[in-house]
Design a protein around this ligand. Structure first.
Ligand code: AR6
Length: 179
């Protein structure tokens, strides 16, 4: 599913965030220590190679909502933006921290003149954020930020499951018809 919203291309696909050659930057769903972990982080580190951890570990610890940027090494991208999402039920207020992840990632993208970026559904795996609530926050935040983007032209959402893609597709359809 692909739409154009206020001159920004918004795309949702089902796939692996570690294999998105059509974007300049991929977002890592990181933990505080920027350790390799599971899920998104494991997929990104697996393809990027050990240099990614070497390049990022000195940037830890990250607070909830914080984002940092590194190179992408063997990934087919130029940059990795590492965001620490909130652990649901623990890092409060979780809505604000999750929104900050998307805001801070886009801010770093702008500062680095990045034109295309892929996001996973931050915090919805090991960090237990309910998928529907997290999706609402992702869309609220991104649609509010779109006005401020000068360099970013394309935002891609890379989802793991069929139902996840279905929900993102519904949000994109709604945005496209409201616009
Ligand atoms: N590509 C796209 N999405 C994926 C992939 C993939 N390869 N693998 C999983 N997902 P998670 P979090 C989905 O756990 O909740 C890690 O261990 C997954 O289904 O990666 O922010 C880190 O090291 C879910 O919807 O991130 C941290 O310790 C979403 O991506 C911690 O987990 C996020 O799942 C971060 O937890």
């Amino acid at each position: 599913m692909k739409i154009t919203y206020k001159n920004i291309q918004l795309v949702a696909v089902r796939g692996d965030i570690g294999n998105q050659p059509d974007v300049d930057a991929v977002v890592n769903a990181a933990n505080a220590e920027l350790k390799i972990g599971g899920g998104v982080a494991a997929a990104i580190h697996r393809t990027a190679g050990p240099e990614l951890y070497e390049a990022s570990k000195h940037l830890a610890p990250l607070s909830p909502g914080q984002a940092v940027i590194t190179g992408a090494f063997n990934l087919p991208n130029d940059h990795v933006i590492h965001c620490r999402g909130p652990v649901y039920g623990k890092d409060k207020p979780e809505e604000k921290f999750l929104a900050n992840c998307y805001k801070n990632a886009l801010k770093l993208a702008e500062e680095n003149q990045i034109s295309s970026i892929a996001f996973p559904a931050i915090s919805t795996g090991a960090f237990n954020y309910p998928f529907e609530e997290a999706t609402k926050i992702a869309f609220q935040t991104i649609t509010a930020e779109v006005e401020n983007l000068k360099y970013v032209e394309k935002i891609k959402f890379v989802l793991n499951g069929e139902d996840d893609l279905k929900l993102y597709t519904e949000y994109l359809q709604e945005l496209s018809s409201s616009h």
